[in-house]
Design a protein around this ligand. Sequence first.
Ligand SMILES: [Zn+2]
Ligand SMILES: [Zn+2]
Ligand SMILES: [Zn+2]
Ligand SMILES: [Zn+2]
Ligand SMILES: [Zn+2]
Ligand SMILES: [Zn+2]
Ligand SMILES: [Zn+2]
Length: 443
Amino acid sequence: MRITLRESRHMAVSDAPAQCSEGVFKCPEDQLPLDYAKIYPDPDLEQQILSLSIRCIHSEEGCRWSGQMKQLQGHFSTCAFNVIPCPNRCAIKLTRRDLPDHLQHDCPKRKVKCEFCGNEFSGEAYENHQGLCPQESVYCENKCGARMMRRLLSQHCLADCPKRTQPCKFCGKEFVYDTIQSHQYHCPRFPVQCPNQCGAPNIAREDLGSHVKEQCGSALVICPFKDAGCKHRCPKMGMTRHLEEATKVHLTMMCTLVSRQRQEITELRREVEEMSVSHDGVLIWKISDYTRKLQEAKVRNNYEFFSPPFYTHRYGYKLQVSAFLNGNGSGEGTHLSIYIRVLPGEYDTLLEWPFSYKVTFSILDQSDPSLSKPQHITETFTPDPNWKNFQKPSNSRNSLDESTLGFGYPRFISHEEIKKRNYIRDNCIFLKASVEIPQKIIA
Ligand SMILES: [Zn+2]
Ligand SMILES: [Zn+2]
Ligand SMILES: [Zn+2]
Ligand SMILES: [Zn+2]
Ligand SMILES: [Zn+2]
Ligand SMILES: [Zn+2]
Ligand SMILES: [Zn+2]
């Protein structure tokens, strides 16, 4: 209860005078000690004070109200700056001025009506409802352009939306619904018909090639004896029968093929041999395993060894050397005999006949040249133009023809002589034949 205090010089309006710790009272105005016995209420003065003109205590915040002090309490019930609790009991205190805004927008206990479904919500519940109202009209999130109530959206996206994705039922990949039709024109697993109408069901597009090539019984195939000359073609399933029926025909074709190939091989072998013979007019002929071969020559009379052929020069005469290790004619049993003969060559028609160039035979001394000078044994002759041996050879010559015989030395080296020095070394001998062709003929 407010009282008006009065004590000699002190006057105050207060609920109670301030009390000091020792039981002494102080004036609330000037803090000087008061004599409690002299304090008494003063109704006249109170009336005077309450009639004083004052401003609202919220004047600094902006309230323009002013009036008698006794009207202040009444003003507070309308003062825009007075702090009051929210009437919705949301536990927030705020100035009366801010209340309408709070009640409308912020108060968690406010009542809000959803504009779509018409339901009433507390502020809190409305915030949760916003964006979820099943009655709100929204656009399809697949951007198909359709707009509908939210509650219809999931069904639309599942079954109706042209922009929904769906797996291709053949390849399983996901596609936007309105492109799935055109995908099926390219889908590798889309089932297609065999172009041969073989009746195979559900061939995936990507497997068609291998089906036609490998599995399709109606595909045309070529007889495996094609290279032998069989021109038969038929559906794959008929080929077994053809192979059974045409065995004889195929066999004949194969025989022809084999003999043609054999001819080709002979031809090729001859060409290879031609290419491997030397073309420089010099033959160095190594006869290895000499002891055994000499023995063989002794057992078999007139046993003749032949050298590889060689040419006197490029496009020249084709020659061949032969040796009787146990001798023949006047050297038989005592000497090594050596001969040379002209063979039919590739270029005979381009050459001058008879062959008339100087020929040299040697047996090579295989002694180490750094220890002593090798002493080769050498014989040289120039063919006489009248000799039959060096006429142009013909392919029709028979072995009795004098012209097929070689020309040479029946007593080239004796069995005693050949054992000297190093004519035989490591059981090998080297026989050499060389032909001197004048430079102008080679060129
Ligand atoms: Zn005010
Ligand atoms: Zn509130
Ligand atoms: Zn709603
Ligand atoms: Zn849609
Ligand atoms: Zn597909
Ligand atoms: Zn087929
Ligand atoms: Zn065939």
